[in-house]
Design a protein around this ligand. Structure first.
Ligand SMILES: [Fe+2]
Ligand SMILES: [Fe+2]
Length: 258
């Protein structure tokens, strides 16, 4: 059975309770000593030539077999989301950074094959993160998170970082991910993604609630199609939220469905 996530620290931030996901977090300037103490960051990972090449190639290859966008846009959105979820729940900054790294790399295994891309991705990430100077304990957490992000591959939340990666990944449903230029040739995946005109993660630390809010154009895809595709993903997101001691809510067009 999965081990429970460590409890977040007491809220002493004085911030408003409900936080909304921001799309990009700003980079702060650090002293050299601070940077060394904090360890390698997401920025270092993003700048690595292997990471850039593998993610771009993985995106091209998933495109060639008809999948939606799986490139740097998706990696950045997932990284921002995972960091945001743990930060909002009061987890320590280093764990939030580790979650952002794991989320950024979660689909890198698509550079090998789509099948089992979670597992291949974990192995690919290990070598790169070792070279970049990540602590081996952090690498272990990141490997588990990458290998467990996919519902179709039996993925389950195995740590707080893994839970945050799952929710951030599954919540990236958006029109901009569709690559098929012909709306008349859309399959159900294209239709459901194309129908989503806005998606937002909200976290209420006080209510212990993580909400995915979607705006769906029901003329493009009926809500039933959304469920047909996304129910297993939402079930995994719910398990991930529970791992973080939260409930999970799905709101589509202002109606709460889960
Ligand atoms: Fe994936
Ligand atoms: Fe993904």
């Amino acid at each position: 059975m999965a081990e429970a996530a460590p409890s977040p620290r007491r809220d002493d931030t004085g911030r408003p309770d409900e936080l909304k996901k921001v799309h990009r977090t700003e980079t702060k300037t650090k002293t050299l000593a601070e940077a060394k103490r904090q360890g390698p960051t997401l920025d270092l990972v993003k700048a690595d030539t292997r990471v850039r090449t593998f993610i771009r190639s993985a995106n091209a290859q998933t495109g060639a077999i008809g999948y939606t966008e799986h490139g740097e846009r998706h990696a950045n959105t997932a990284a921002d989301g995972a960091r945001f979820i743990l930060k909002s729940l009061g987890h320590e900054p280093r764990r939030c950074e580790v979650a952002a790294v794991a989320a950024y790399l979660h689909d890198i295994g698509n550079v090998v094959t789509r099948e089992k891309h979670g597992q291949t991705g974990a192995i690919i990430a290990k070598d790169i993160l070792e070279d970049l100077g990540f602590d081996i304990e952090e690498i272990a957490v990141i490997m588990g998170a990458i290998a467990n992000h996919e519902e179709a591959e039996g993925g389950l939340p195995v740590s707080a970082v893994s839970a945050a990666v799952i929710i951030a990944d599954k919540s990236d449903v958006h029109r901009s991910r569709v690559r098929n230029p012909k709306t008349t040739a859309f399959d159900i995946h294209d239709r459901v993604n194309y129908a989503a005109t806005a998606s937002e993660i909200k976290v209420s630390r006080k209510e212990k609630l993580i909400t995915l809010e979607l705006s769906v154009d029901t003329e493009v895809a009926p809500i039933m199609e959304y469920f047909e595709i996304f129910l297993p993903r939402m079930m995994l997101s719910r398990r991930a939220a529970e791992f973080l001691h939260c409930n999970f809510a799905l709101v589509i067009n202002t109606t709460r469905l889960l």
